[in-house]
Design a protein around this ligand. Structure first.
Ligand code: IVH
Length: 668
């Protein structure tokens, strides 16, 4: 058998294997292999597919990693309009729904009761068992084509299992962000000085509309499906069809109940009203659907929604209590958050004493005053928030709330930046919580990885041993012994760990500096593009925004950071202490081309010929100058020489473009 058909077989085999393991992991949550084994299979597939671009398949599991193409979303008309649901907060009205149904359907019928997932609805079309297109709800008639982003969601099958699916159909579901992923994502945003998302739904919808699907792939989105549309569906029962979808590889919630009476429906609602706080994602109600398609048909639709379904919505849990006082918390970035101190009150199973007041505008909008009786609510967010005032209980002598003008920690006058709702303390290097926050960030795992507990950093600061991040490198064992938690050995370990941090790569140092909006990803991009702190500190806003992924906001923040004398001095000190202030010469090193003979031809756009040759070598490959049967592939630029092309074609050599090559070695 030829090498080519061997590769083809292996590619097909790997695709099937990876699809199977995706399903075990993301849908069944029962993985059979380790993450490492999975990654190895994926790596093998990616390499083989790069070597055989002719075997490209847009539904290969490798396509989940997303791509960088910056695209405008195309508007697509839905084949079956995406209607909304009537809804109610009252069980009485639900009884009316049942009475109407009974009048029209004069046979026995059942209700399928489902969770009402609080995310973003999506419609995905499949043809011959293959994922074709994913479109948002939009205005119900037409929505945005977000195929590239949705394909990165691992629990959504790109190729269906079995062979009893209709040749064409659409499936609808809700894309959501489970709590754990939401928290992780927001922690990262806060770390990077970015504004956290208000709740998982906003985060999911923001993510779905991102232009760069490689970034979408990193967000832990999930999707539950709740409806099929199309012809020749296997059953005329909604419930049975959803169960069938499970067999085809779709994620269907196990919490669907077929109820024979409205009282059973009430029971289901009561159960989830209590139990929903234990779900790993948000729901905002229960959807009740007549199960049989024939019965659905006889009930029909209003202009906006089906008559055969309705949603019972849960009220956001609220409580009323007294606002005693307001504290102002200052974060690492200087952002000020007003926090309400409340008379303790029970809310959704916990005692609440404090709640967020968001910012000055929100306080003014609701005219919230000290001693007011306020309503607090627990939404998707972890910390409850004050959402309004019971003005009928307002004391007669109450005074409008006056927001602070100066930082409660250091007294500096607060400022407001354009487009930001919060006030900020601009005294970055002199305001204690900002300094402590910067110190904690500096030693954190993804930064200098020094391995120090927050409390210890605070202690070192309180003791006057640290005034800024460079002071870590002056710490002596003798200064530490005797402090809380420090004995001879632990002091020695800390000093060693600080010394060790001098080896941390440039991109992590850049992240550790705590420049506003320079999170881990941005730091990586900057390190790759500018290569040294020297080049970065001299870069203009224009040069910075010229880099893909760097916008105005980040660029201004970087220029502002380096324009401060204090920061310049800090960076100089860190450089003198021996931290890595330059990217390693061979960032893209790897062994992805190990044993491969690669030939190049033509003129390249992004790199010179010399650089391409160097990249081949750095990734373990061998650059050869003439085509032979031992050549593995050809990287073709523009104006490739005709004789080379002919020869390549004759021996069936794989030809890949510059971008495909860069992608292969991880540079795109
Ligand atoms: S069925 C024509 N089932 O709720 C009926 N919708 O308020 C279409 N939703 O846009 C909807 N969970 O995004 C249905 N189990 C569920 C749902 C659900 C969440 C969302 C969906 C829809 C919105 C309607």
């Amino acid at each position: 058998m030829s090498e080519n058909s061997d590769s083809k077989e292996r590619i097909i085999q790997l695709r099937e294997l990876l699809n199977y393991h995706n399903y075990r992991y993301y849908v069944l949550s029962e993985p059979e292999i380790s993450d490492f084994e999975y990654d190895m299979l994926m790596k093998e597939l990616v390499v083989l597919e790069e070597l055989h671009p002719e075997l490209y398949d847009e539904n290969s599991p490798s396509q989940r990693v997303g791509n960088d193409i910056n695209k405008e979303f195309k508007q697509v008309t839905h084949k079956y309009p995406m209607l909304s649901l009537s809804n109610t907060y009252s069980l009485e009205e639900l009884r009316d729904f049942e009475i109407r149904n009974k009048k029209i359907v004069d046979e026995k019928y059942s209700y399928a009761c489902e969770l009402k997932y609080d995310g973003v609805s999506i419609s995905i079309s499949y043809k011959k068992g293959m994922f074709i297109r994913a479109v948002t709800r939009g205005d119900g008639e037409k929505g945005d084509d977000v195929t590239h982003n949705v394909k990165t969601i691992r629990s959504i099958p790109l190729k269906l299992h079995g062979n009893d699916f209709p040749p064409e159909f659409e499936i609808r579901g809700e894309i959501l962000l489970p709590h754990e992923g939401f928290k992780r994502m927001n922690d990262e945003r806060i770390d990077a000085g970015e504004v956290p998302f208000a709740n998982p739904r906003n985060a999911a919808s923001g993510t779905l509309k991102m232009q760069n699907s490689a970034l979408v792939a990193k967000r832990p989105l999930d999707c539950f499906f709740y409806g099929l549309s199309g012809e020749n569906l296997p059953f005329t029962s909604h419930y049975k069809n959803l169960n069938k979808c499970k067999e085809w590889g779709f994620k269907i919630s196990p919490h669907i109940r077929l109820c024979k009476s409205i009282d059973e429906v009430f029971g289901f609602i009561r159960y989830w009203e209590e139990e929903r706080i234990n779900l790993p994602f948000d729901i905002d109600g229960i959807v009740i659907k007549i199960d049989s398609y024939e019965h659905q048909k006889s009930l029909g639709f209003t202009a906006k929604s089906p008559r055969w379904a309705t949603a019972f919505k849960f009220k956001a849990e609220q409580a009323e209590t007294k606002l005693i006082s307001v504290d102002f918390q200052v974060g690492r970035t200087g952002a000020v958050t007003p926090v309400a101190n409340l008379t303790p009150v029970q809310l959704a199973g916990t005692t609440v004493k404090r709640a967020s007041l968001h910012n000055a505008d929100q306080i003014a909008l609701h005219d919230i005053r000290i001693n007011d009786s306020v309503f607090i609510e627990k939404g998707g967010e972890i910390i409850p928030k004050v959402v309004g005032v019971n003005k009928s209980k307002r004391p007669t002598d109450s005074q409008p709330f006056e927001y602070i003008d100066n930082c409660p920690e250091c007294g500096t006058r607060l400022v407001r930046y354009e487009g930001e709702a919060k006030h900020y303390c601009p005294n970055e290097s002199g305001c204690p919580p900002q300094i402590k926050g910067k110190l904690i960030h500096f030693v954190s795992r993804k930064a200098m990885d020094i391995g120090l507990a927050d409390a210890t950093v605070n202690q070192l600061y309180e003791q006057g041993l640290l005034k800024n991040i460079a002071d870590f490198y002056l710490l002596k064992k003798e200064q530490l012994i005797g402090l809380d938690r420090f004995a001879e050995k632990s002091a020695e370990n800390l000093v060693a760990s600080i010394e060790n941090s001098k080896k941390v790569p440039f991109q992590s140092v850049l992240y550790a500096l705590g420049i506003r909006y320079v999170g881990e990803t941005v730091a990586k991009v900057l390190a790759k593009e500018f290569r040294s702190i020297e080049k970065l500190r001299n870069a203009s806003v224009e040069q910075l925004t010229g880099v893909h992924e760097i916008g105005e906001r980040i660029a201004h923040s970087i220029v502002e950071f380096f324009s401060s004398d204090e920061n310049a001095a800090l960076v100089n000190r860190l450089t003198e202490f021996g931290l890595q202030m330059e990217a390693e010469q061979t960032i893209p090193q790897g062994d992805i081309l190990a044993g491969k003979s690669v030939i190049i031809s033509g003129v390249f756009k992004k790199y010179s010929r010399e650089e391409i040759k160097q990249l081949i070598e750095e990734n373990g490959g061998k650059n050869v100058s003439s085509i032979s049967s031992k050549t593995d592939f050809l990287v073709a630029g523009e104006n490739i020489g005709p004789s080379k092309l002919e020869k390549a074609n004759i021996i069936g050599l794989s030809i890949i473009s510059e971008d495909e090559f860069l992608n292969m070695i991880g540079l795109l």
